[in-house]
Design a protein around this ligand. Structure first.
Ligand code: RRO
Length: 310
């Protein structure tokens, strides 16, 4: 049984990666993911300069997942670009370089730097961070997405993916697909956390994280059905050359199986990877292989996108 996957010409020896933001902020953490059973790693979303992020506590685990308002703490683009240049494409593992500028100009500045670098892997443009005070999630503004992609593809010739927020209305899927289908995008990654949820502790009668009055992005069990809907709805609308990374609520082989049925080419694991560390990739590989063996499938292609309707 093979759990190999690919996005265009990029081959992954395993369908699973970490999701951006989880255990991927330092070269030690990234190296640990690359040395695990995962098919590669994605780096913490970078800004042009290092950032401290929001005040603590800024992440809280719950029985069903987690809420975060990290505020983009990271070591700056140069740090992650160097790691990506040094580790890209070794041993069937890809390094995805994630960037999240606070403005269009910051994103373009980083894309120029990457264009001029020796990095020739996938770049993930995060248009969906929910936790920057005073800023909205870019990908909820469809014309803003068109504008940044138009500016990007005037000079950027490397392979670009887009990290999307969850959408909740079928018309939104039509609108974002109409924009994305006009560009030579390598993949979309759905979903980022569900933005601006609120977890309440009834004992203390309080919110559980400090920034933004307690509002933060939700991950884990809370988001799986929304993630599956986004993967499925986008697969039905995007041109076939655009691959899909499915992210959201994965903690078992069954969850990966469901994401692939909905159309995911590759999947990423955030919250559950945070809880369980790199051993999650070997556990889920085994669980997924067992499900596939029972069903008589030998590769992910055998069932990818083949979700039945009633
Ligand atoms: O750093 C964060 O607060 C953060 C980011 Br950039 C993101 O894209 N998604 C998220 O849940 N948190």
């Amino acid at each position: 049984i093979s759990l190999k996957a690919n996005i265009g010409k990029y081959e992954f020896n395993n369908v699973m990666l970490n999701a951006a933001g989880i255990r991927c902020a330092t070269t030690d953490e990234l190296t640990k993911v690359l040395n695990s059973e995962a098919g590669g790693c994605v780096t913490k979303s970078a800004t042009p300069e290092p950032r401290e992020g929001n005040e603590s506590p800024r992440m809280k685990a719950t029985p069903l997942g987690c809420i975060n308002s990290m505020g983009l703490p990271n070591h700056g683009l140069d740090y992650y670009l160097k790691f990506a240049e040094e580790n890209q494409g070794k041993d069937g593992k890809q390094v995805l370089l994630s960037i999240a500028g606070l403005t269009v100009d910051q994103n373009l500045e980083m894309l120029h730097k990457i264009q001029e670098s020796s990095f020739n892997g996938l770049v993930e443009l995060n248009l969906s961070c929910p936790n920057i005070k005073g800023e909205s999630q870019i990908a909820y503004d469809f014309e803003a997405v068109r504008d940044i992609l138009t500016k990007t593809f005037k000079f950027f010739t490397k392979d670009l993916g887009i990290k999307l927020p969850p959408y909740f209305d079928l018309h939104q899927f039509d609108q974002i697909a109409d924009v994305l289908n006009d560009f030579p995008i390598a993949y979309v990654n759905s979903i980022n956390s569900i933005g601006n949820g609120l977890i309440v502790n009834p004992e203390t009668e309080s919110v559980v994280i400090k920034p933004k009055g307690g509002f933060g992005g939700l991950g884990g069990d809370y988001v799986k059905p929304t993630a599956l809907a986004n993967v499925r709805a986008l697969r039905l609308r995007l041109k076939p050359e655009i691959a899909i990374i499915g992210t959201g609520g994965i903690k078992s082989g069954r969850d990966v199986f469901e994401h692939v049925l909905c159309g995911a080419n590759v999947v990423q694991i955030g919250t559950a990877f945070g809880f369980e560390d790199v051993k999650i990739f070997s556990r889920i590989s085994k669980e997924l292989s067992e499900i596939m063996a029972e069903k008589g499938y030998s590769s992910l292609d055998d069932f990818r996108g083949k979700l039945k309707t009633l």
